[in-house]
Design a protein around this ligand. Structure first.
Ligand SMILES: [Zn+2]
Length: 1088
């Protein structure tokens, strides 16, 4: 204990220096691809006391003492010792040019995973080997969701090659995919550990198994690093050996040896082909290069940033550091660091060591409070490394696109054993011959390998061509690879990807090119040839069925199963289309995914759900009954703008699931335009599914404001594509973006990659006497416009822009809820984002006509709701009651509930008197609905929609039963993800059971509430041992008397302290897929 009482610099250093996990080191050594970043331990900002950098055990003193945090951060990062820039080329000598038997995969093929549709805006191709998978193409938004739907296992996916020009249309799906992969791998490791422990308990030996590969390598063009680095405040995973390889080297055509691939492991070889719209600018001098140049990386000669003080190499280094901090850091939320009080972030939670050596929370005057304070030494949590880089160097949109040629290794010919025996070769010498050795027999005869081994077979492969703009055609055609017979030999297929603006396969000269390669199968993967069929068939099937029940609320969505305009040459790609590479070769249609046919859905509906249809009929009769309609009209005559349309586009939490996409709700107020509340991944695609492409553009033209409630990835990762599209289809309209500063900073950084039209964006941020984000329960009300009215604001005013009020809510740091009040009609709409029930929000939304509230959990998971700072259904309804909200739409369901959650606690249509109602005649009715993706409900039609709830509920229950019956005993058919889902469900059911039993055992809610579920922070002693703060308190006999009164206040479970304005990190879908993480991480990090 004594050691704990003696804080020292040494101690602080030990908390910072943590070795990378053993697993990743072992992996590092075992893998053949070696492009990887060093683990970056710390980048300092002014909030950090030990003024030095620590890198993998070594430390670099940080001498800079100026006041500009940005300048200091940059300099700090630049002080980190350099690693050679990563290049695509594998450095391993283990790779043989002819694959031997051990590396030989049982079978390999290339398969189309996604074609361009509204659900999956990009096309990509999976290269399958039994032991490993590779993904090539546009990793657009929706890719991960489609992979779940199509049961494509991601566990063996370790190399992703992004084609095209880096922007959100080619990389928007990467974050989701990376996080999913990380979770799957973590899940597999946990399962193995559990299994091993169980075996050990039984006295059995652990099973011999191959090591689980956990590293991920991503390759892409210019701005790949910048794009990913901009998300550093939202994405966070620890201990993933990630390498992000931005290909900025010259093209292989400049090399002497074109046969040498840029990437190579024991299974595959990849050549990258950059294609530029301005080759002389992007490859200056186009001097001859040697292969060695590639190894070193040659990005220093193309200045990419406007940061005059920075070379391009320095700028890249900063971006690398940011990304390394996101995935490979060993940072721990639990670690406390010592610093002077004057250096502490004003919003940070502060602890101090009392005279008796115990750690207590500091509640005295602090910097920025206006009161005098003693500059004592205090303890605060450290911000996580990636978030410490406050600003990235500028960048510009890339004018270079990447294509790839992919080939398996040549395969050694068959060994002709009978010939060898006939020649008199003893069996013991066979191996030498297969290894290429010449042997001499006892009789003096010489046997050479070619006498007994058939000629080696060229590795089969394919090319992925992505030419997003016409001005790149020349550079593409000029590439020498196409006329290199050795390289092209084995290329059986060329996949042609297209962009929104340009379809290469319709360009005269490229058609000519395709005709010049007749032995190659040309597969076209463009949105002008691939029909907009359903990529997510399960939810589509549900929506169509619901359309039979209530066509008003569930309109048929836009889709097309027919191939589009014919093309001169090539075959139109389809999901599942497979080209076998080994052992068989050639195309097979056996695995094509048949498009969803609504006629089949109708048949199923009539066959399986007659009683549901009857219930729907009754409901339909009810809602067309004039007396019912008159009643409805009477009951809501005080609600304005009854034609206001509400279209939930994503109603799930965490990662997009099969049935529910992540958060987004569109609201269209007649005469006042459209408003988007949150914008999760592929919100644009969801919009296009609902309205069609042109219809979606019309909505964007009508869009007045976008509100981002908080910075969890599931609430805003669709913004870039949505705003980029908005920027394209509008010219003189303005868009209000209502979000905290951190989000606006992200927009600014990302705008360098592709223009988002920020000059026409009105930033609406909390400002002035905004109160503290920590005072969650007090409504801090802000007026809408941050600056004095200017021309833009006046335009909005003229458009009837609503009054905007925001309050902090209890979720993550800087999470807000919003209330919009529209001029003239007084229509009041309240939206909660994610949060615990908030009194402040209820007060702000008093008298709301419409409340959209999250209800992530059912009531029996109350404990989860507290721990993860979400609301249960009853809590959401209670907020609605406090507000006196007339219409309530519940949304943001845990992905545990892909269907309809348990029955609503309040009877539909019941009169719930609000607190202010004294006289019975003032009683106003309330109406509650559950949101579904692509539902369409008017404010004045909640009552009608309610009539269909029982039919929809019955449909979903019956479907579930049918599915279960089908699935029983059929697990072999399931993909890995499905199996994981099944296991998760079983665990959930058990958990629910346990909760119920607990409740029965007398655990009432009140006591549950008092129990903080978060783990206390840890302090580190000199020996580096980590101890729980909670434990320390107990051991030292310290128990704050407040602890029992205000558990949430007293227990350090607030979001991690960050530099000013920096949001807390995201662990995207942790609450769904990483229960084992929850045990380790304090709860506030695992929320979404
Ligand atoms: Zn959240």
């Amino acid at each position: 204990m004594n050691r704990l009482r003696q804080p020292s610099r040494l101690k602080i250093a030990t908390t910072l220096i943590k070795k990378p996990s053993k697993v990743s080191r072992a992996q590092l050594a075992s893998r053949t691809t070696k492009t990887r970043f060093p683990p970056l331990i710390g980048i300092l900002t002014r909030h950090h006391i030990p003024k030095r950098l620590l890198l993998d055990g070594s430390s670099v003193w940080f001498p800079y003492a100026g006041r500009s945090p940005r300048g200091r951060t940059l300099r700090a990062v630049l002080n980190i010792p350099r690693q050679p820039n990563p290049t695509l080329r594998s450095a391993s000598a283990n790779v043989t040019s002819i694959s031997d038997n051990s590396a030989r995969s049982m079978s390999s093929w290339a398969q189309v995973v996604t074609t361009p549709t509204a659900d999956t805006p990009g096309a990509c191709v999976l290269l399958h080997f039994d032991q490993r998978r590779y993904l090539f193409g546009r990793i657009a938004e929706g890719t991960q969701r489609a992979m779940v739907q199509r049961k494509v296992a991601v566990a063996k996916l370790h190399n992703i090659f992004v084609t095209g020009t880096v922007d959100w249309s080619t990389t928007g799906g990467l974050p989701g995919l990376m996080l999913t992969l990380a979770d799957v791998v973590a899940g597999m490791k946990a399962a193995r550990a559990e299994d091993a422990a169980a075996r050990e308990a039984k006295g059995l030996k652990a099973k011999e198994r191959d090591q689980i590969e956990d590293d991920l390598h991503i390759y892409g063009g210019k701005n790949l690093l910048h794009s990913l680095a901009t998300t550093r405040r939202f994405i966070f995973r620890k201990g993933i050996p990630l390498s992000l390889n931005e290909i900025r080297t010259d093209s292989p055509c400049q090399r002497n040896d074109r046969a040498l691939p840029d990437f190579e492991d024991e299974l595959v070889r990849v050549w990258h082909l950059p294609v530029s719209s301005n080759p002389s600018a992007s490859r200056p001098g186009s001097r001859k290069r040697k292969h060695g140049d590639l190894e070193k990386g040659n990005d220093a000669e193309t200045p990419e940033t406007d940061n005059s003080e920075l070379s391009d190499a320095d700028a890249q280094h900063i971006r690398q550091a940011a990304v390394a901090g996101m995935f490979s850091s060993t940072w721990s939320l639990d670690t406390l660091h010592e610093m002077n009080l004057r250096d502490v972030d004003p919003t940070a939670k502060i602890f101090f060591r009392s005279d008796s050596g115990m750690i207590e929370e500091y509640k005295g005057p602090r910097p920025g409070s206006g009161k005098e304070f003693a500059d004592i030494r205090v303890l605060v949590r450290s911000p996580w490394p990636a978030a410490k880089i406050e600003t990235l160097p500028d960048t510009k949109p890339s004018n270079e696109s990447l294509c790839y040629i992919v080939k398996c290794h040549p395969r050694r010919g068959k060994f002709k054993a009978d010939v060898a025996v006939a020649l008199g070769v003893p069996k013991t010498e066979f191996k030498k011959l297969t290894n290429g050795e010449v042997i001499t027999l006892d009789n003096g005869a010489v046997v050479t390998p070619d006498m007994v081994v058939e000629a080696s077979v060229d590795g089969r492969g394919f090319a992925v061509v992505d030419i997003p703009a016409e001005d790149m055609v020349d550079d593409f055609l000029a590439r020498p690879e196409w006329s290199d017979p050795a390289l092209m030999n084995g290329v059986d297929v060329m996949y042609w990807l297209s962009s929104e603006n340009f379809s290469a396969y319709r360009h005269e000269r490229l058609v000519e090119f395709m005709k010049q390669h007749p032995s190659v199968q040309h597969v076209l993967l463009g949105q002008d040839v691939c029909p907009n069929q359903w990529a997510l068939q399960d939810p589509a099937d549900k929506t169509i069925k619901m359309n039979f029940i209530d066509p008003e609320r569930f309109p048929l969505l836009k889709f097309d199963n027919r191939p589009l305009a014919p093309v001169d040459v090539g075959d139109i790609g389809a999901p599942g289309a497979r080209v076998n590479l080994h052992p068989k070769q050639g195309y097979t249609s056996e695995f094509l995914v048949p498009p969803l046919d609504p006629a089949n859905t109708l048949k199923a509906m009539i066959g399986d759900h007659r009683d549901v249809l009857e219930m729907a009929n009754e409901a339909r009769q009810k809602v067309s009954d004039p007396s019912f309609l008159a009643e409805v009209q009477q009951s809501q005559k005080d609600i304005p703008d009854l034609d206001t349309e509400i279209i939930p586009l994503g109603t799930g939490s965490a990662l997009p699931s099969k049935y529910r996409n992540v958060s987004a709700t569109l609201i269209r107020v007649p005469g006042h335009g459209s408003y988007l509340f949150d914008c999760g991944e592929n919100t644009l695609g969801q919009l296009r599914r609902f309205y069609g492409s042109e219809g979606a553009d019309d909505v964007l033209k009508d869009l007045r404001a976008l509100y981002i409630s908080h910075l969890h990835a599931d609430h805003h990762f669709g913004t870039a594509s949505l705003m980029a599209r908005w920027n394209k289809v509008t010219t003189d309209t303005y868009l209000g973006v209502i979000a905290v500063d951190g989000f606006h900073r992200w927009l600014r950084e990302y705008d360098g990659v592709e223009p988002l039209g920020l000059d026409r964006v009105i930033r609406i941020t909390p400002h002035g006497s905004a109160g503290s984000p920590r005072a969650e329960q007090t409504a801090a009300v802000f007026w809408n416009y941050p600056e004095t009215l200017n021309e833009k604001d006046l335009k909005l005013q003229g458009m009837g822009f609503p009054k905007v009020e925001i309050c902090w809510v209890d979720h993550c740091l800087y999470a807000t809820a919003i209330v919009m009040t529209f001029p003239h009609s007084g229509l009041k709409i309240a939206y909660s984002g994610d949060c615990r029930p908030s009194k402040g929000f209820a007060a702000l939304g008093k008298g709301a006509h419409l409340l959209l509230h999250e209800c992530t959990f059912e009531d029996d998971l109350y404990g989860d709701a507290i721990a993860k700072k979400h609301s249960t259904i009853s809590e959401a309804l209670a907020v609605g009651r406090d507000m006196g909200a007339r219409r309530i739409l519940l949304t943001h369901f845990s992905q545990r509930y892909p269907k309809l959650p348990a029955p609503i606690g309040v009877e539909s249509g019941s009169s719930e008197p609000s607190a202010n109602d004294d006289k019975p005649e003032d009683k106003k009715d309330t109406s509650v609905l559950y949101a579904f993706d692509h539902m369409h409900v008017k404010l004045g039609e909640f009552k009608q929609a309610e009539q269909f709830i029982s039919a929809i509920k019955k449909l979903l229950e019956d479907e579930e039963k049918l599915k279960e019956a089908e699935k029983d005993g059929d697990d072999e058919e399931l993909g890995e993800v499905e199996l994981a889902e099944k296991a998760k469900k079983a665990a959930e059911q058990q958990k629910k059971k346990a909760e119920k039993q607990k409740k029965k055992a007398g655990h009432n809610r009140h006591t549950q509430k008092k129990k903080g579920t978060a783990k206390a922070p840890e302090v580190t002693n000199e020996a580096g041992d980590v101890k729980s703060l909670e434990g320390v308190e107990k051991q030292e006999g310290v128990k704050s008397s407040e602890d029992a009164e205000k558990p949430e206040e007293a227990k350090p479970q607030e979001p991690v302290e960050q530099p000013e304005g920096v949001e807390k990190p995201e662990v995207n879908n942790a609450e769904e897929t990483k229960p084992q993480e929850e045990a380790k991480e304090p709860q506030d990090v695992v929320m979404t």
